[in-house]
Design a protein around this ligand. Structure first.
Ligand SMILES: CC(C)(COP(=O)(O)OP(=O)(O)OC[C@H]1O[C@@H](n2cnc3c(N)ncnc32)[C@H](O)[C@@H]1OP(=O)(O)O)[C@@H](O)C(=O)NCCC(=O)NCCS
Length: 169
C-alpha cells in the first residue's frame, strides 16, 4: 500500500531522479517549464510513498491568465516504473485537484495526454481561447474548471503568477 503526502523540501532530490527517469534529463526544455518557476505550490504538491520510499510525484504551480481566476498548472506527474498501473497516478491527480479546488483556485491547466486527463474533467484549452507560451504536442493543452463559472471568463496566454501570494492549501 502507498500513502499520499504533501511534498517536503527534502523530497527534491528523489523527485528530480524520478522525473529525469520519466521525462529525460532535457525535460526542462519543454514549454511548460517556462511556467514552472521557483518552488512548486506547497500543500498542493504531493508525493506517494511506499514503505518510506518516494514512488510518485505530482506538482502544481501558480499561474495567471489575462482574464479569469487564479489558476494552477498541474505537472509533472510521474510514478516509479515498477509501480505503474496500480492507481497511484490517478490517486495523486484526484487528491491534488480536490485540494486545489478547496484552496480556491478556479482553473487547473495541464499539458499531457488527453486520454489520461479527460476522465478527470479536463477539456481542450486552445479552442477556449487559452494558450501556452510556446509549442506543445497538439491536443495536450487542457483545462479543468475547479470553480463554476471561471472557464467562461478565462482568456489569454498562461504566464507564471506574479503579485499574488501563494495560497496555503
Ligand atoms: C502516466 C503515469 C504517471 C501513470 O501513473 P500510474 O500510477 O501508472 O497510473 P494509474 O495506475 O493511476 O493509471 C493507469 C491507467 O492510466 C493509463 N495510462 C498510463 N499512462 C498513460 C498515458 N500517457 N496516456 C493515457 N493513459 C495512460 C494506463 O493505460 C492505465 O489505464 P487503465 O486504468 O484503463 O488500465 C506513469 O505511467 C508515468 O509516470 N509515466 C511517465 C511520466 C508521464 O508520462 N507523465 C505524464 C502523464 S500524461
Amino acid at each position: 500500500m502507498y500513502a499520499l503526502k504533501p511534498e517536503r523540501a527534502e523530497d527534491g532530490t528523489a523527485i528530480d531522479i524520478l522525473l529525469d527517469h520519466a521525462f529525460g534529463a532535457n525535460r526542462h526544455e519543454r514549454t511548460v517549464y517556462k511556467l514552472r518557476l521557483g518552488t512548486p505550490l506547497a500543500g498542493l504538491s504531493l508525493v506517494a510513498r511506499k514503505r518510506g520510499s518516494l514512488v510518485g510525484s505530482l506538482r502544481f504551480w501558480p499561474v495567471e491568465l489575462d482574464r479569469g481566476a487564479d489558476a494552477v498548472l498541474l505537472g509533472p506527474l510521474a510514478v516509479d516504473p515498477s509501480l505503474r498501473g496500480q492507481g497511484i497516478g490517478k490517486a495523486l491527480v484526484a487528491k491534488g485537484l480536490t485540494e486545489a479546488a478547496r484552496s480556491g483556485y478556479g482553473l487547473c491547466l495541464v499539458s499531457g495526454d488527453p486520454a489520461y486527463y479527460r476522465p478527470f474533467g479536463f477539456v481542450a484549452a486552445d479552442p477556449l481561447g487559452l494558450a501556452l507560451p510556446g509549442p506543445v504536442t497538439p491536443g495536450h493543452f487542457q483545462v479543468k474548471e475547479l470553480m463554476p463559472g471561471w472557464l467562461a471568463l478565462a482568456r489569454g496566454t498562461v504566464r507564471p503568477a506574479t503579485g499574488r501570494s501563494e495560497r496555503a492549501a
